[in-house]
Design a protein around this ligand. Structure first.
Ligand code: NDP
Ligand code: 8X3
Length: 255
């Protein structure tokens, strides 16, 4: 049976690396993203190795998602896996001063977009049954607080709980759900977060030996190829260089 994988956000970073990794293994691919030129170039490149269907899609656009998914060509309709990868963080300004529009964008993309893709594609995954899987891109930001994480971290905490809750409702279908929770990874994620500021991007990764998108793709490839009776509920990864610092204490209280 052909293995078909649907990836949201395949135009860079983890999504693109997953597209390449699974294409190499002969999986058929449905690749999505908003940047049409990049998507077309990737689809053209990978179609030399496997069957690829590209969809220019904004995961926040529920109607467009409904139409595109309802019109998937039959050869791509039965899904072995969905990687809910499209997502972003915007800024690290503190909650009292950050831009409320950025909060909207993160909720609409990381929570609502992921909800839409999941709900609309569940029938396609259930049609495959045993061995099928959903990979959600959570984050360490959903597990631990840090300054400036506010809505981004909270959106990833949603993804974590949603992943667990989905497992309950998918009982008996054979469809697995895994929340991947990476720490510092080098990708355009930081360019997006810092509004294209290359110096801040460089400073984020300098000397840190961050995880690379290919490492995440390899991890997801392993998860989706574990035996069909195993569900990896969650998998948290950090570079060795990253750990935690202590609690912050405000010492300005008057005696
Ligand atoms: P990138 O910025 O490299 O990739 C993000 C992808 O999401 C792009 O393909 C982008 O495509 C797509 N995307 C963003 N918004 C939308 C949208 N509205 N509709 C459709 N596609 C969208 O980041 P990463 O690969 O690093 O991040 C992927 C996921 O992993 C995200 O969910 C992120 O939160 C998470 N993550 C990242 C970590 C990191 O340190 N890099 C660590 C932990 C988790 P386009 O712009 O073409 O639409
Ligand atoms: C991305 C990792 O630590 O920048 O989800 O929030 S972090």
């Amino acid at each position: 049976m052909t293995n078909t994988l649907f990836i949201t956000g395949a135009t860079s970073g983890f999504g693109e690396a997953c597209a390449r990794r699974f294409a190499e293994a002969g999986w058929s691919l449905v690749l999505t993203g908003r940047r049409e030129e990049r998507l077309n170039a990737l689809c053209a490149e990978l179609s030399a190795h496997t069957q690829v269907h590209g969809l220019v899609l904004d995961v926040r656009d529920r109607k467009a998602m409904e139409v595109a998914i309802a019109s998937l060509p039959p050869a791509f309709a039965k899904l072995r896996a969905l990687i809910n990868n499209a997502g972003l963080a915007l800024g690290v300004d503190p909650a009292p001063t950050c831009d409320l529009d950025d909060w909207d964008t993160m909720v609409d993309t990381n929570i609502k977009g992921l909800m839409y893709a999941t709900r609309l594609l569940l029938p396609n995954l259930i049609a495959h049954g045993r061995g099928a899987g959903i990979i959600n891109l959570g984050s360490v930001a959903g597990n631990y607080p840090y300054p400036g994480s506010h809505v981004y971290g909270a959106s990833k905490a949603f993804v974590k709980q949603f992943s667990l809750n989905l497992r309950c409702d998918l009982q008996g279908t054979g469809v697995r759900v895994t929340n991947i929770e990476p720490g510092l990874c080098e990708s355009e994620f930081s360019l997006v977060r810092f509004a294209g500021d290359q110096a801040r991007y460089d400073a984020t990764y300098a000397g840190a030996e961050p995880i690379q998108p290919q490492d995440i793709a390899e991890t997801i490839f392993w998860v989706l190829n574990t035996p069909a009776h195993i569900n990896i509920n969650s998998l948290e990864l950090m570079p060795v260089s990253q750990s935690w610092s202590g609690f912050a204490i405000d010492r300005s209280a008057k005696a």
